[in-house]
Design a protein around this ligand. Structure first.
Ligand SMILES: O=C(O)CCC(=O)C(=O)O
Ligand SMILES: [Fe+2]
Length: 313
């Protein structure tokens, strides 16, 4: 059995922003993962969102297929996705539902798909309410991340990251299938996330693992440790675009979800910069000795390419 990680706990409501920013800096350099508490979503709302998610995934397949994903919004069936494109496995044992930017934040919102009100009457308002609350938490956290990088707290707003933001909420259901003999089945195979940060809500069923020792993602062997659920906390991890901005000072850590034989639900909120925002090495993160490792990239182009590799289209 894998060892459980002792990750730092960050209190989003702490009035001491400087000391919180320092703790975030240490967590992002050492782990790329931390727990977030007091993030402004009541446990009751969280429970309602998990309940709505279960209702959706319990619908007959033909009902879910009516909302098959288009433009990264809607339903992705079991095995539709392979988060580790270099592996030859049949795909990940999970189904999911993506919600892109809402009408309240972007004109792209009309691309979203929703289950019909007759089938799931309280689905859309519940999900939208969670989406808005977790976006507020995410933006607050990004301002602390800017402080942690010795930047102005509105640095990421000023470079256009939220003009408008491109967050995606993903509801995930892992059926908990077990493989035959020694075949390994992944709920989500090893990957790093693409965006700035991910705020993940889990239901208490284990399976999530991170590889903290493998700073170099291509280095073998990978050592996996469990990321346990803590009641009342979100799990936050740094994504690849933040790694690019910080020239690998802040780590986008490899993680995966093992299939444990138990059904599991989670909700990942991927906070991505606006499509036109250019992600380029921060001045404070490079020098003659440590030149930028990545060329500047437009966020929309980067995300498009990563999705293309994941879905093989
Ligand atoms: O479900 C989880 O615990 C993690 C999901 C994940 O890593 C992802 O969707 O990127
Ligand atoms: Fe992930």
């Amino acid at each position: 059995m894998a060892k459980a990680l002792q990750l730092p706990i960050i209190d989003l409501a702490s009035p001491d922003r400087i000391s919180t920013a320092n703790s975030i800096r240490q967590a992002c350099i050492e782990c790329g993962f931390f727990y977030l508490i007091n993030y402004g979503v009541e446990q009751e709302l969280l429970k309602q969102v998990f309940d709505e998610s279960k209702r959706f995934f319990s619908l007959p397949l033909e009902e879910k297929m009516k909302l098959l994903h288009r433009e990264t919004r809607g339903y992705t069936p079991l095995y539709a996705e392979n988060l580790n494109p270099s592996s030859s496995s049949k795909g990940d044992s999970k189904e999911s539902f993506y919600i892109g930017p809402l009408e309240s934040i972007s004109s792209h919102s009309n691309l979203n798909q929703w289950p019909s009100e007759e089938v799931l009457p309280s689905w859309r308002p519940t999900i939208e309410s969670y989406y808005e609350r977790v976006l507020t938490a995410g933006k607050k956290l990004i301002s602390l991340i800017a402080l942690a990088l010795n930047l102005d707290e509105d640095f990421f707003e000023k470079v256009g990251a939220f003009n408008p933001p491109m967050p995606f909420l993903r509801l995930i259901h892992y059926p908990g299938e077990l493989g035959l003999s020694d075949e390994e089945i992944f709920g989500a195979s090893a990957h790093s996330d693409y965006g700035m940060i991910t705020l993940l809500a889990t239901d208490g069923v284990g399976g999530l693992q991170a590889c903290l020792v493998c700073r170099d993602k291509s280095k073998q062997p990978l050592v996996w440790e469990d990321v346990d659920h803590i009641n009342g906390a979100l799990i936050v991890n740094i994504g690849d675009m933040t790694e690019r901005w910080t020239n690998c000072l802040f780590r986008s850590t490899l993680h995966r979800v093992m299939s444990t034989g138990r059904e599991r639900y989670s909700m990942a909120f991927f906070l991505n910069p606006s499509a036109d925002c250019v992600v380029e090495c921060l001045e404070s993160c490079c020098s003659e000795l440590t030149p930028p490792r990545f060329p500047p990239v437009r966020s929309g182009d980067y995300l498009g390419e990563r999705f293309r590799l994941t879905y093989g289209s």
